[in-house]
Design a protein around this ligand. Structure first.
Ligand code: ADP
Ligand code: MG
Length: 400
């Protein structure tokens, strides 16, 4: 493991903190959800308490190397200033002499927020010159951005080799500890609930989980690729099926059989001819799906069987909604699973939610905060859970 920020001596130092402030903004540029800003506070407040000055760097959106005023970090700096008891300054760029002067003059207890890193294409190119310029701003490096940890960029990988003193922040460390521990030594039974639209994108994850889980419950659109795969060969009407992943689904079914993993697929669904907010969903067994019907949520029988397995579980990992939860007629399956997760968390089960849309679903049902851990990184959580090493985390372990 790399060092934790608590292990660094930072008094009187300028500390460069890579944060994840890729937050949603409305048309007027106001922050509509400050979850990620709040999540960054433990590291920032710790550093300020220790007498450091803090330089915060993040990307926002995909400006692709152009200066796009709508993607400025200025509104984030303003929001941060409301949340933290410290003076927050804003730099008009992330590198250059003006920024260097601002960083040099920063006093202990003050915060300097840099402008969007991705206004420079050099950031995502992990450009060595750009990394070096960023590194000149500070004495110590802390990475607390989990959302980009699966990418090797200038501000989270290239920059690191310029520092003697470097560490992971509270947020990054918590994510790694939760996700790695869950996969490597879960309290059993360990149940995985998988959903979402597609099998593709979750191939490595499914393979790994088939190796470590006791139960795998599959809902969402991806269930239909499994249901239509041999040896099941169900007719699933017009439901989402990825023809080119059917073989893979069969392999996962075989793997689960061989390993004694209890793989459970939906037996019924909420079906409709159209995906729209005022659609009339009908509850049907999978085998009753006619050609023009799509399965868009799990039905009551499936919810019941999933829930009874969840009741017996000691660790649960949930990734991917059970249906098109964005629309009222198809939200109930996802809601039922989310409610069950909250219920078993209270009884002592460790519940981990990963994936952007799954976290959004929890929020929609006002159930965020009731599970043990909601991962803030979409792609990064999936890669870490799949056993792939995260470049930004690995970089923190290296020598100068
Ligand atoms: P996550 O971001 O949590 O990893 P995904 O991105 O894999 O989840 O999938 C989320 C999307 O899957 C949602 O937008 C949801 O509408 C869609 N989805 C869920 N079930 C179905 C279904 N049965 N048919 C089509 N799309 C579905
Ligand atoms: Mg998603």
């Amino acid at each position: 493991m790399p060092k934790h920020v608590k292990e660094l001596a930072v008094q009187g130092k300028q500390v460069f903190v890579r944060t994840d402030y890729n937050v949603p903004l409305d048309a007027e540029g106001n922050v509509t959800d400050d979850f990620r800003i709040r999540a960054s506070l433990p590291t920032i407040e710790y550093l300020l308490d220790q007498g450091a000055s803090v330089i915060l760097a993040s990307h926002l959106g995909r400006p692709k190397g152009a200066v796009i005023p709508e993607m400025s970090l200025a509104p984030i700096a303003s929001r941060l200033a409301e949340l933290v008891q410290a003076e927050v300054l804003f730099a008009p760029d992330s590198v250059g002499s003006e920024v260097e002067t601002l960083a040099e003059n920063l006093k202990p207890g003050q915060i300097l927020v840099l402008e969007n890193l991705r206004f420079h294409a050099a950031e995502t190119q992990n450009d060595p010159e750009f990394s070096k310029k960023l590194a000149t701003l500070a004495d110590v490096f802390v990475n607390d951005a989990f959302g980009t940890a699966h990418r090797a960029h200038a501000s989270n990988v290239g920059i690191v080799s310029h520092f003697e003193e470097k560490a992971a922040g509270f947020l990054l460390m918590k994510e790694i500890e939760f996700l790695v521990k869950t996969i490597e030594s879960p309290a059993r039974p360990f149940t995985v609930v998988m959903g979402g639209s597609k099998v593709s994108g979750k191939i490595d994850l499914l393979k790994r989980l088939a190796d470590v889980a006791d139960n795998i419950l599959i809902g969402g659109g991806m269930a239909f690729t499994f249901l239509s795969a041999p040896p099941l060969n169900h007719n699933v009407g017009s439901s989402l099926v990825e023809e080119d992943r059917i073989q893979f689904a069969s392999d996962v079914i075989d793997l689960c059989l061989a390993k004694g993993v209890n793989l459970v697929l939906p037996s019924d669904c909420i079906a409709s001819r159209e995906i729209k907010e005022d659609a009339q969903g009908q509850e049907l067994p999978i085998r009753a799906l006619e050609d023009d019907l799509m399965g868009l949520d799990i039905g009551h029988r499936t919810r019941k069987s999933f829930n009874s397995i969840l009741d017996e579980s000691k660790t649960v990992l949930w990734n991917g909604p059970m249906g098109v939860f964005e629309m009222t007629p198809f939200q109930e399956g996802t809601k039922a699973i989310a409610e069950k997760l909250c219920e078993i968390t209270k009884k002592g089960t460790t519940t981990i939610v990963g994936g952007g849309d799954s976290a959004a679903a929890l929020k929609k049902f006002k159930l965020d905060g009731c599970v043990t851990h909601t991962s803030t990184g979409g792609g990064a959580s999936l890669e870490l859970l799949s056993g792939i090493k995260l470049p930004a985390f690995e970089a923190l372990k290296g020598a100068k």
